[in-house]
Design a protein around this ligand. Structure first.
Ligand code: GLC
Length: 492
């Protein structure tokens, strides 16, 4: 099949088979297109509308001028934001309309292993901000339902806790990796999404305060919601600044930093110490030497007392670049590292979800003998085509800021185009599989669903950003920290 025919096929899968309706209007896409009618009821929860899987679909609908679908999706998720005391303010993992018109919702209480998708709650404000910016629908941002939803979300995040760190502490499997894989604590993906979500929430509150004509100097006669906004906004911005500082200090590494870490003292106590999490230097793995090379850098997977996780997680790193957690210079080091480790991260199918996989005893102990997460399978070092567009956007965004044609930029560009060709060639032949197994990502995942929606949309997005309009990568831009810092009502 020729390129255009493959793209057209992907579009028709998306619009004609994956997209479903709620109350008579398109609302979102199922995780995987059912192969047969019979398959529909048996296929676990792949027939449901997942918030996380719908992120790429919603971005594509916006680019394709179908903002009304995105609005309906956001409104539906908002209606389903939990009202129970224990889970108040969280957004569902997935939902689906049943034959009798009832909406079946999963907040984790029905999920395999009873995992809760914390990332779904963080993606909602991000998507909401992107929708408002892209369509210019500021009136939607000012709806009391939207602002109340944001306020409940912020209440959930910015509350007193048992720790001083600005990161979000979560159980194993709270994000795209939704099974035990030793990703409990402060996994990178959650922290960068938190950063994006706080920026977006602050941006949306600002839009509403502006619309209401406030300047931040008012002292009397404001309603309850506005009063809460005035309390939450400066707190959110202060949290954001602390979070970025913290992530740069504890997650970012390169060759020099590793050399310093390896000589840190242990057993320190008090305010101004070097080794805050009492990390024994033996936890620093030797594979980092080759992986980092001379000038590579990346955000590590997790920081926990005595147990940092040095694995490389592709999505967390791409989002860290895209949301400007890391500086432009650090982004260049990250992309250099990706180029240098192409044979691992891209190989025959982009992108490997994390590197290296847990093996042997580690696999047994840390995954609980999880057969789906065998080494080089699924989340444990498997290859996911749905992740590639995030890398494309983050590289193109940096290039638009510094468009100089350097040898490195050209190499990156060539890598993106070559990888797109691989996707074009393989995906439709291999029935748009969910993920690929093995060290090079050659085999269709052992338990992979076929006709997985985010695989299909992933290709459409890569095509859009590389071939249709690279400038559209600005769709993923969130408000800058500088902008938020300068808001008059941000200072308390
Ligand atoms: C699997 C994946 C998860 C995804 C879901 C639906 O559970 O681990 O990330 O959201 O399938 O595709």
């Amino acid at each position: 099949m020729k390129e255009q025919a493959i793209i057209e096929t992907a579009r028709s899968f998306l619009y004609e088979q994956a997209l479903i309706e709620l109350k008579g209007k398109p609302v979102g896409t199922v995780a995987a297109i059912p192969l047969t009618k019979k398959n529909k009821s048996n296929d676990l929860n792949y027939g449901e509308v997942f918030i996380r899987d719908n992120v790429p679909a919603m971005i594509f609908f916006l680019l394709d001028g179908r903002g009304e679908i995105v609005r309906h999706f956001l409104d539906t998720c908002l209606e389903l934001q939990s009202k129970n005391f224990q889970t108040l303010g969280i957004f569902p993992t997935s939902f689906i309309e049943e034959i009798d018109g009832e909406i079946k919702v999963d907040y984790g209480q029905r999920a395999i292993g009873r995992v809760c998708s914390v990332d779904a709650s963080l993606w909602w404000p991000i998507l909401a901000y992107i929708y408002v910016q892209w369509t210019g629908d500021r009136a939607w941002a000012s709806k009391p339902e939207v602002q109340n939803g944001l306020s409940k979300f912020l209440d959930l995040i910015l509350h007193p806790g048992f720790r001083d760190a600005p990161t979000l502490y979560v159980p194993d499997g709270a994000f795209m990796i939704d099974r035990p894989l030793d990703v409990w604590g402060n996994p990178l993906e959650i922290q960068v999404l938190l950063y994006g979500a706080l920026k977006s929430a602050a941006g949306l509150i600002n839009i509403d305060l502006e619309a209401k004509g406030y300047s931040g100097k008012e002292s009397d006669s404001i309603d309850r919601l506005t009063e809460t906004q005035f309390q939450q906004l400066p707190y959110t911005i202060a949290w954001l600044k602390r979070l970025r500082k913290y992530l740069l200090k504890h997650y970012w590494i390169n060759r020099n930093i590793v050399q310093t870490l390896r000589r840190h003292p242990t057993e320190q106590y008090g305010d101004f110490i070097l080794n805050e999490y009492n990390v024994q230097t033996e936890t620093i793995p030797n594979w980092l030497q080759d992986w980092l090379g001379e000038r590579g850098g990346y955000l590590i997977g997790n920081i926990r007392t005595g147990k940092p996780d040095f694995r490389f997680f592709s999505l967390g790193n791409c989002l860290g670049a895209m949301f400007d957690v890391i500086s432009s210079a650090q982004q260049r080091s990250l992309f250099r590292l990706i180029l240098q480790n192409q044979s691992a991260l891209i190989a025959q199918m982009p992108l490997r979800i994390c590197h290296p996989p847990l093996d042997d005893v580690e696999w047994r102990k840390k995954t609980g003998y999880d057969r789906k997460n065998l080494p080089w399978s699924y989340h444990n070092g498997g290859h996911w085509p749905c992740l590639f567009w995030f890398l494309v956007v983050s590289i193109l965004q940096l290039r638009s800021k510094s468009p100089k044609s350097t040898a490195e930029n050209e190499e990156l560009e060539a890598m993106l185009h070559k990888t797109y060709e691989t996707l074009l060639y393989r995906l439709q032949r291999q029935k748009w599989a969910e993920y690929f197994d093995g060290p090079a990502g050659v085999w269709i995942g052992q338990q992979a669903r076929l006709y997985q929606t985010w695989t299909i949309v992933g290709l459409l997005l890569v095509n859009h950003f590389l071939n249709v309009n690279p400038d559209d990568t600005k769709i993923m831009e969130l408000p800058s920290l500088k902008f938020l810092h300068n808001l008059t009502y941000s200072q308390k």
